[in-house]
Design a protein around this ligand. Structure first.
Ligand code: NDP
Length: 251
């Protein structure tokens, strides 16, 4: 019997795939049989990640804020790998700053990376997926898109925007076989959480509202990505899957 969680024959482009959650998703997708292409700005990081994953993995140096180059990236992946059937919009930057100190420049930098960058690649990748009548687009949202968190106004706006994009894209693309979903990770042990080592109060606040009383591991997000991109989720679109130890429903 076919394993519905396998991704053999699929080709996935993962932005920000060289580190943290992107790398974890790349490892998990490759483990499930997909070929993966990592995109990010630092070649050294990407090369190292691709070498670790092995022959199923390639990379492209790419800055998602270079919106006009998104079509070239998609064309390159398609011509080298033969297809592009999964896109994971994961690249992101964090910005912790009080709202009254967040400048327009800060705000635009965050929006450009998370929202416009993701949209530019998605619209080019979706053309090919629509032509094939199948495909999967995944976004990485955040707890900040689900409830209020202080000092992250630009990040929250960007991640909330992504959740809206998931719904709009699902209504537009899913009638033609392309599924669009998001994962909302809770607090996961990556470099983005390193600041908690020097902020025990915040760390305790997070853990106290998380029913499972622990942080997540990057592979928790990798496994969720495999599910959402696989035939096991063939009837799932327009949704945001929280992978958060219950943080979003904790009291
Ligand atoms: P990392 O900082 O490890 O990952 C961010 C990745 O994005 C890096 O690989 C970085 O590579 C890439 N990136 C950033 N800017 C750009 C750009 N302009 N162009 C291309 N690539 C870019 O953190 P995480 O793995 O934690 O974060 C991954 C995603 O998960 C982000 O969207 C983040 O918001 C989200 N997230 C993380 C959570 C967590 O607990 N860790 C919780 C909720 C959401 P490079 O610098 O080489 O370009």
């Amino acid at each position: 019997m076919m394993d519905p969680f396998r991704l053999d024959g699929e080709v996935a482009l993962i932005t920000g795939g060289g580190t943290g959650l992107g790398l974890a998703m790349a490892r998990s997708l490759a483990g499930a049989g997909a070929r993966v292409v990592l995109a990010g700005r630092r070649e050294v990081v990407l090369r190292q990640a691709a070498e670790e994953i092995g022959p199923a993995c390639n990379y492209e140096v790419f800055d998602v804020t270079q919106l006009e180059q998104a079509a070239d990236l998609v064309d390159k992946v398609r011509s080298r790998e033969g297809r592009l059937s999964i896109l994971i919009n994961n690249a992101g930057i964090h910005l912790k700053r009080p709202a009254i100190e967040t400048t327009e420049e800060d705000f635009l930098r965050v929006l450009n990376t998370h929202l416009l960058g993701a949209h530019a690649i998605t619209r080019h990748a979706a053309r090919g997926m629509l032509a094939e009548g199948r495909g999967c687009v995944l976004f990485v949202a955040s707890m900040a898109a689900l409830f209020g968190i202080p000092y992250v106004v630009a990040y929250t706006a960007a991640k909330s925007g992504l959740v809206g994009m998931v719904r709009a894209l699902a209504t537009e693309l899913s009638p033609h076989g392309v599924r669009v979903n998001a994962i909302a990770p809770g607090w996961i042990r990556t470099d983005m959480l390193r600041h908690l080592d020097t902020d025990p109060e915040r760390k305790e606040k997070i853990l106290s509202r998380t029913p499972m009383r622990c942080f997540g591991e990057p592979e928790d997000i990798g496994n969720a990505a495999v599910y959402l991109c696989s035939p096991a989720a063939r009837f799932v679109t327009g949704t945001v899957l929280t992978v958060d130890g219950g943080a979003s429903i904790g009291f």
